[in-house]
Design a protein around this ligand. Structure first.
Ligand code: PMP
Length: 449
């Protein structure tokens, strides 16, 4: 089968044509199997072909798939909003549904600005973010993203939001070391807000664990406590971008819980529909909604398909499945199993410089020399070659970090569906080991040429 009219991410690559998925495996039309070691783009959190979700989708479709949100609400949308309010800690009791992670972060950005406007503050329109971050591909979301590669072409259209150094412990921008960390990267936010002027800043946005741009950069214990205090002191809202980390991926329903970070607004996506539908949301706290409800009465945003009953019913079924199978709690244990397996591989393959993350969101950063932490030359295209070698070996991995944005070394994220079993993790380990072995053979044969 030749899908030659489809625009693919890289036009010179050929992509296998997928036939079907079952659990953590995908099967192409030629009969090859792939272990989905990255849940696609950290999305297929409950694996492929799950009967309960397919049934829930069919049942809703038989009733009604679409109603327009300014004419009707639906049982599915109401139930989903209620469920999210139950799952989210603290006063995050309001949901605004959208269809992608980018829409969710951009909506969060607008809600923060509207919150200040409703109180008569019209100067607070700036959002701050970190140098290494990814919040989405639309122009508002990209403005907030510290991702050079994805920003480059559109620079004239973008705001300059990324200002804060990232919590990048493996290559600490302040040369601090674990154990005696002074949290300079967090305290810098205080200086930045003072320099720019708190009267201009509506919110600070951060991924609790940095995904696409940072390969699971995981801040130390007190990081978000400091960030929250600084935001509170200056009257700046804190937005947690949980598009990648949400819905159990890191061993908690929302990753901000690891740090008790209590965000004012949360952006959700990916795992919310787990790949079975396009759905995302901004969760909003009571105190942010209060002036909005008193003022304009509604959030000044929305998309045609926002809160469509079809997607809401699917998302509800996904949340139900997570709960019934206790997948969030298991993600922590499974993550430890997988990290141990990766640490064993690190002994044989010292180019694995760093292993980091939480639960089943694990980042690997690769180095040429593990002592000096030197990066591979860019022209080696290490990450790109690793990803394609793995795919040939039937393993799907997610490219992250430097290979993409040029800030630091090559890196990937390993994030299989939360449903993965121990034998399947062993299978993942075997496919990865074979891939690493081939990377070594490949580079030595290149040298000989
Ligand atoms: N925020 C984060 C943290 C993400 O990881 C992503 C997607 N990688 C987005 C936002 C954008 O989501 P989408 O691709 O669904 O627009």
């Amino acid at each position: 089968m030749d899908p030659s009219y489809l625009i693919k991410p890289l036009l010179d690559e050929t992509y296998p044509v997928i036939d079907y998925g079952k659990g953590v495996y995908l099967f192409d039309m030629d009969g090859n199997d792939y272990l989905d070691g990255s849940s696609g783009a950290i999305t297929a959190n409950i694996g492929h072909g799950t009967k309960e979700i397919i049934q829930a989708a069919a049942q809703q479709a038989e009733k009604v798939s679409f109603v327009y949100r300014s004419q009707f609400t639906s049982e599915a949308a109401e139930k989903l909003a209620l469920k999210l309010a139950e799952l989210a800690k603290g006063e995050l009791n309001w949901s605004f549904f959208v269809n992608s992670g980018s829409e969710a972060t951009e909506t969060a950005m607008k809600i923060a600005i509207q919150y200040w406007q409703e109180q008569g503050v019209f100067t607070k329109t700036k959002i701050l973010s970190r140098w290494i971050s990814y919040h989405g591909i639309t122009l508002g979301a990209l403005s907030m993203s510290g991702h050079k590669g994805r920003r480059a072409r559109f620079m004239p259209l973008l705001e300059d939001c990324p200002v804060l150094p990232p919590p990048y412990c493996y290559r600490c921008p302040y040369d601090e070391i674990e154990g005696s960390c002074q949290y300079s990267c967090a305290h810098e936010l205080d200086l930045l807000i003072k320099r720019i002027g708190p009267e201009h800043i509506a919110a600070f946005i951060a991924e609790p664990i940095v995904g696409a741009a940072g390969a699971a950069l995981t801040p130390p214990k007190d990081y978000y406590k400091i960030i929250k205090e600084i935001c509170k002191k200056h009257g700046v809202l804190f937005i947690a971008d949980e598009v990648m980390t949400g819905f159990g991926r890191t061993g908690k329903m929302f990753a901000a819980e690891h740090w008790d970070a209590a965000p004012d607004i949360v952006a959700l996506g990916k795992g919310m529909g787990a790949g079975y539908t396009a759905i995302a949301a901004a969760l909003v706290s009571d105190s942010v909604m209060e002036p909005i409800l008193k003022g304009s009465k509604s959030i000044m945003s929305g998309h045609t398909l926002s809160a469509n009953p079809q997607s809401c019913a699917v998302s509800l079924a996904v949340l139900d499945y997570l709960e019934k199978n206790d997948l969030v709690k298991q993600a922590e244990k499974k993550g430890i199993y997988l990290i141990n397996l990766l640490r064993k591989l690190q002994i044989s393959f010292p180019f694995i410089g760093d292993i980091r993350g939480k639960g089943l969101m694990i980042g690997l950063e690769f180095v040429q020399d593990p002592t000096k932490k030197t990066v591979f030359p860019r022209e080696m295209l290490f990450t790109q070659r690793l990803i394609s070698t793995a795919q040939k070996n039937g393993l799907l991995l997610y490219p992250a970090g430097a290979g993409e944005d040029g800030i630091h070394g090559d890196a990937i994220i390993i994030a299989p569906p939360l449903t993965i079993t121990e034998p399947e993790m062993d299978d993942l380990g075997k496919r990865l080991e074979k891939t690493f072995q081939m990377m070594i053979t490949d580079s030595s044969s290149t040298k000989e040429e």
